[in-house]
Design a protein around this ligand. Structure first.
Ligand code: ADP
Length: 501
């Protein structure tokens, strides 16, 4: 009978993949099955009669002894170890994790324990791996969203995503991606998923925005893939918050735009300068040619008047030469002024002086230029004006305005000067009854080299007013004008009575 039982036990135990170890109450091994031998690396019958300790790593021997004591007192069928991790020792000394079930039984009046041992190395590895993936999922700095492929309902969201989006996991599980993507409605989002569902693409990537629980939004790059959880089809979305990248791109775009603008401006300036240069050269040749040929004619004629009584004629030509040289000299001075103004090399000279002195000197010189019947009217209150300014610049200003008034007014007209004193400023006006400035040209009058359409047959360079304006602004003053074609012009200069250095 016993032999029969033994045989049945043997057949059963050999069929089991778990290891079976039977020990007596002294913890001596009385029998093992093949699985045990394979698991621990022993030959058949090698273990019988050996202490169980042999199969337990030495560092657990003490714990095991205590355990056996407790177990013997209260021996019922149970899993060994509770939550503790148990290890077995192979013949070659290697340890491996095991799960052990204990079954006490009695035979022939003796107590035995049958241990069912399972090698859980693979299971542990799998669990470890799962844990590893779970950690990666949860701790990923990218946001990971998993949602059902048919209902689109969220199934799982990692911590990174929850932190950014602001919802709790429970709240998220009631939502779909459409709820956090303000740029998509259900139909549009379903359309976007189509290539994945139709298996036309393995992965799709697009940029959009996500809306947080608090209503704020952030730009994202979405990477979507179809996957499965058991037999449930799901989408896995990895989301990159691209706020920083967008900021950087925006900044870069802004910089490129700014640089392009600057470059365009520089190019325009360059073009403008080139045009000015051409204009300047043609102007110089024109402006110099006329007086030079006048001078030449006068010298040729001078040679002809050899007789003593022809002194009057000689004087006339000498005067012409002198005035033309004077004119050329003025133009050259103007050009030099421009150069100094542009390079900031003007040295102003501030002194106390009386306005009447300056006006008288200018008017004295201008009288020689007056046309038939023209005269200059000077106000009587002019003596009251004492200034602390650059006298030469004021002289240059007044002479420019008066010369223009003479040049651009016909015979038999009056040119008037008017002055007004304000608290801090002096206002100086030159009024003429000349041809005026056409409306369409008025806004350009102070531009360098600009000359109005109605003066192109007269000599001139278009430099004077530009220089005057430049100087006046350096001295804290302004210049403006009012003009009507064929009626006349008023040029108004405003200048601080005392220049504050
Ligand atoms: P220029 O007289 O050498 O041409 P300005 O710089 O002194 O240069 O003057 C610029 C332009 O302003 C003149 O060409 C002319 O068209 C206009 N202008 C200046 N003053 C007068 C004025 N009193 N009457 C009419 N036009 C004027």
């Amino acid at each position: 009978m016993f032999q029969q039982n033994q045989d049945i036990f043997n057949i059963l135990s050999e069929a089991l993949s778990e290891g079976i170890i039977i020990v007596d109450k002294t913890q001596k091994i009385v029998g093992v099955n093949t699985s045990t031998n394979e698991m621990f690396g022993y030959d058949e019958d090698e273990l019988t009669g050996k202490p169980l300790q042999l199969l337990i790593p030495p560092k657990y021997h003490a714990v095991h002894k205590d355990y056996v004591k407790g177990y013997t007192k209260n021996s019922v069928k149970r899993k060994m170890g509770g939550d503790r991790e148990l290890y077995g020792a192979k013949k070659n000394g290697k340890t491996f994790p095991v799960e052990v079930g204990l079954n006490p039984f009695e035979a022939y009046g003796n107590r035995y324990t049958m241990a069912l041992v399972v090698d859980i190395t693979e299971r542990k590895k799998a669990i470890q791996e799962l844990k590893h993936w779970a950690t990666i999922f949860d701790e990923s700095l990218n946001e990971i969203f998993i949602f059902d492929a048919s209902t689109l309902q969220f199934i799982d969201i990692n911590r990174g995503a929850l932190n950014n989006i602001g919802y709790t996991l429970e709240e998220m599980l009631r939502l779909t991606p459409v709820d956090i993507k303000p740029e998509y409605n259900l139909e549009q989002f379903n359309d976007a998923l189509l290539p994945l569902l139709n298996l036309e693409q393995e992965k799709i990537k697009f940029e959009t925005i996500h809306e947080r629980k608090d209503g704020s939004i952030y730009p994202v790059e979405v990477h979507l893939q179809l996957s499965s959880l058991g037999d449930q089809k799901v989408f896995v979305a990895i989301i990159l918050d691209i706020t920083e990248r967008k900021n950087y791109t925006n900044k870069l775009e802004q910089t490129v735009e700014n640089r392009t603008k600057q470059l365009k401006l520089a190019l325009e300036k360059e073009k403008e300068l080139n045009e000015l240069k051409t204009k300047f050269l043609s102007l110089v040749s024109h402006e110099f040619k006329t007086p030079l040929s006048g001078i030449l004619t006068s010298t040729i004629l001078l040679e002809k008047y050899k007789l003593t009584e022809q002194q009057e004629k000689r004087d006339k030509h000498i005067k012409t030469i002198s005035s033309k040289v004077h004119y050329l000299n003025n133009i050259l001075n103007d050009f030099l002024s421009i150069e100094r103004l542009d390079t900031g090399k003007v040295n102003y000279n501030f002194r106390d002086f009386n306005l009447s002195k300056v006006v008288n000197e200018v008017v004295y010189g201008a009288n020689m230029l007056l046309k038939e019947g023209q005269h200059i009217h000077i106000p009587e209150n002019i003596d009251e004006f004492n200034l602390h300014q650059d006298e030469k610049i004021l002289e240059l200003t007044i002479s420019n305005l008066i010369h223009n008034a003479i040049k651009y007014s016909p015979e038999n007209t009056t040119i008037s000067i008017a002055v007004k004193k304000e608290t801090k400023n002096m206002i100086f006006m030159v009024i003429d009854e000349g041809r005026g400035i056409p409306k369409k040209d008025q806004k350009h009058i102070f531009n360098r080299y600009f000359r109005a359409e109605n003066v192109l047959n007269d000599q001139g360079t278009g430099i004077g007013l530009n220089i005057v304006k430049g100087h006046l602004e350096s001295l804290g003053g302004t210049i403006r004008f009012e003009s009507e074609e064929d009626k006349g012009s008023i040029f108004i200069v405003e200048l601080p009575i005392t220049y504050k250095e």
